[in-house]
Design a protein around this ligand. Sequence first.
Ligand code: ZN
Length: 242
Amino acid sequence: MTIKITVWNEYRHEKIDKHVGDVYPQGIHGAIAGFLSYCEDFEVGTAYLDQPEHGLTDEVLNNTDVLIWWGHMAHGDVKDEIVEKVYDRVLEGMGMVFLHSAHASKLFCKLNGTKTGRLSWRDHGGELERLFTVNPGHPIMNGLPDYFEVPKTEMYSEYFDIAQGAELITISWFPGGEVFRSAFTFTRGKGRIFYLKPGHEEYPIYYQQEIQKMIINGVYYVKPNCDMTQVDYRVNIKLPRK
Ligand code: ZN
C-alpha cells in the first residue's frame, strides 16, 4: 500500500522570523515531510503558499491521497478558486489533516461549516499542554498513552467554533484551567478530515514523538477508503424500480 501525501505550509513565518526559522530550518512542511518519509508506506511531497497555484496544481492533487495543511498568518492570501478545487477533492475522498492554526483557514471553515473556526488563545512564552485521550479505541490513538504532555505550547481554549458531531479524540488541559477539543475527526462527502491542535511555530512540537505518531496514524485514518479513479461521485446511481 502506498499513500501519497502532500504537506502544505504557508511557509512565510519561517522566512521572516529568525527564531521560527531556527526551530524549522527546512520549514514546518520540511519537518513534517521529514518524519513521514520514514514510513515505508508513504510517498511524501510538499507545497507552499507562494508557489504558483499555491503548489496545488491538478497534477499535484491528482497525486495526493492525503493533504496536510499548516497556515496561520496568511489565510486570506489563499485564493478562493484553489480552496474550491481542494474542497471538491475532499468530497471525492481525499483525506485532510489540519494542524494547529489551520482551524482558521478558508478550507477548514468551509469543510467544517462554521464561519470563522474561532477560539480563545494565549501565547505567554510557552505553557504546558496535557492531552487526554477521550477515545482510546480510535485508530489515531494507536500506540499512544492515556495522556501525554507538550512541554511548551500556545494555549488554545474553548469555545472553539466547530460543527457539533465531530468525533472527539483528545481534550487538552492547560495550567490556567482552560480546556480545548484538541483532536477530532469528521467526514464531508467521501472525505475524512482530522484536526490536531499542537504545532505552534515557535516550539519544536513536530519533533515530538507522540505528535508525530498522531499525524502518522491520522494519515492512515483519513486516506481514501475507495479507489478514487474508479468512482465518480457526480454520477447518479439509478436504483431499480420495485
Ligand atoms: Zn500558533
